[in-house]
Design a protein around this ligand. Structure first.
Ligand code: SF4
Length: 423
């Protein structure tokens, strides 16, 4: 990886982005700790990423001559606004963008705000590709093929409400890559089922109440039948390359809330085919149901976690009638029954890589024989999250260093961003 020190970029408040050569781009780790980004951690901005202007926030950079950290202030003639990057799926960010928040600035919407700079004609971000799967690479999606496939699938399943939801809502409205891959009959397809949840996550992308931010999508408005799910899941598992079908999507609550429906569905699928992987993305709150799902034929479970420190898990997930111990018990029973377990780790630079978090995560991996870590960027306003978690200030070891550390310490542990096809 080349060693570079990109220049700071700012917006003029009208959607135009310019680079300011006098200043280096810097990053933020933890609460508001401004840090220099190691020169070998910058990569060209991946295709499928976006640049975002941050309302009520001023850009911060390091003066190339004096070496000072400077906040750029607007003047009568010129408005300057901080800029961050929302990095494409499969990449984990190492540092947030650096900015100074003005009074009355709005809470930022549910995205991960990566540092971004300019060098030699292109944008750069401190990020790492953690998954080689191209399933969500923009290059894989052509509008013409999608439109044709949508028509074909709707004609094939005219009475299936779940097909209608996946095609018209998820694929054609929200452009959800998993729903688009269902249309194109490949890789991982989504099986949303639940309208309710027994967590109240701070950064829930399907339901936000009185938080000042809106959810990224609305929850499914009906509960599909096992027949509707099995009707489309089996052909996908039988014919798609690297087939995975997954309960627990962004457009729903917690799938375990529909326990009997899921058990009937997995049994229905496994009576018809042994191919592919049946997966559950979940808060893992109900170990008894997890055990019954594994017995019914569920292959893998991905457990969402913002922190393995219970106090911060509770402050983020705000569990209703379950406990962090229930989550650990779900992992234990799935492993006891030889199921595959991955941790969907919400990565927040300067929090996730704190030495205390690293230590406890090592213990969890060891004790429960976790199969995989999915290093996913936490989509939330960093200052809001820090305020709510209110952790002790502890310098992080660096996200990239953390990932490398786990690769060295646990050679058999898989690393990625997406649910793997297990067979
Ligand atoms: S577990 Fe999922 S659906 Fe439930 S509150 Fe959290 S993000 Fe939302």
């Amino acid at each position: 990886m080349s060693k570079i020190n990109p220049s700071l970029i700012v917006s003029d408040g009208c959607g135009n982005v310019v680079d300011i050569e006098e200043y280096y781009a810097v990053g933020m780790s933890g609460s508001c700790r401004i840090v220099d980004i190691p020169s070998d951690e910058w990569i060209p901005l991946p295709n499928g990423s976006w640049l975002m202007e941050l309302p009520g926030r001023l850009p911060v950079g390091r003066d190339r001559d004096s070496g000072e950290i400077i906040t750029l202030e607007p003047d009568e003639s010129e408005k300057v606004v901080a800029v961050a990057a929302f990095v494409a799926p499969a990449y984990t960010i190492g540092y947030h963008a650096a900015w100074e928040t003005l009074p009355k600035a709005p809470v930022l919407p549910l995205y991960a705000y990566a540092a971004v700079g300019w060098h030699d004609g292109q944008f750069y971000v401190p990020a790492l590709r953690v998954d080689d799967s191209i399933r969500q690479d923009p290059s894989q999606f052509s509008a013409d093929r999608i439109d044709m496939a949508a028509e074909t699938v709707l004609q094939k399943y005219p009475d299936n409400r779940l097909v209608n939801h996946l095609v018209n809502n998820c694929a054609l409205t929200y452009h959800c890559p998993a729903a688009l891959n269902y249309l194109l009959n490949r890789w991982e397809m989504p099986l949303p089922t639940s309208q309710v949840c027994n967590s109240a996550c701070l950064g829930c992308i399907s339901l936000q109440k009185d938080s000042g931010v809106c959810s990224a999508q609305f929850r499914i408005e009906f509960t599909p039948t096992a027949e509707e799910i099995v009707e489309i899941a089996v052909p996908h598992l039988e014919t798609a390359p690297e087939p995975v079908v997954s309960f627990g999507q962004g457009c729903e609550g917690e799938p375990l809330m529909n326990a009997q429906l899921l058990i009937n569905t997995v049994q229905g699928i496994r009576r018809r085919t042994s191919k592919g992987t049946t997966n559950l993305n979940t808060n893992a709150s109900l170990p008894d149901i997890v055990a019954r799902l594994r017995e019914a034929g569920l292959d893998s479970m991905r457990v969402s976690i913002n922190s393995v420190r219970k106090i911060f898990y509770n402050r983020y997930f705000r569990p209703q009638n379950y406990s962090y111990e229930n989550v650990l018990e779900s992992i234990r029973v799935m492993k006891e029954k030889q199921g595959f377990v991955s941790i969907n780790l919400f990565v927040f630079p300067g929090f996730t890589d704190q030495p205390e978090e690293v230590k406890i995560l090592e213990k969890l991996i060891e004790e429960y024989q976790i199969d995989m870590i999915q290093w996913r960027n936490l989509n939330i306003d960093p200052e809001w999250y820090w305020e709510e978690m209110n952790p002790v200030e502890q310098e992080g070891i660096g996200v990239r260093n953390m990932i490398n550390h786990f690769k060295e310490k646990f050679p058999d542990l898989l690393h990625g961003y997406f649910n793997p096809s297990l067979k």
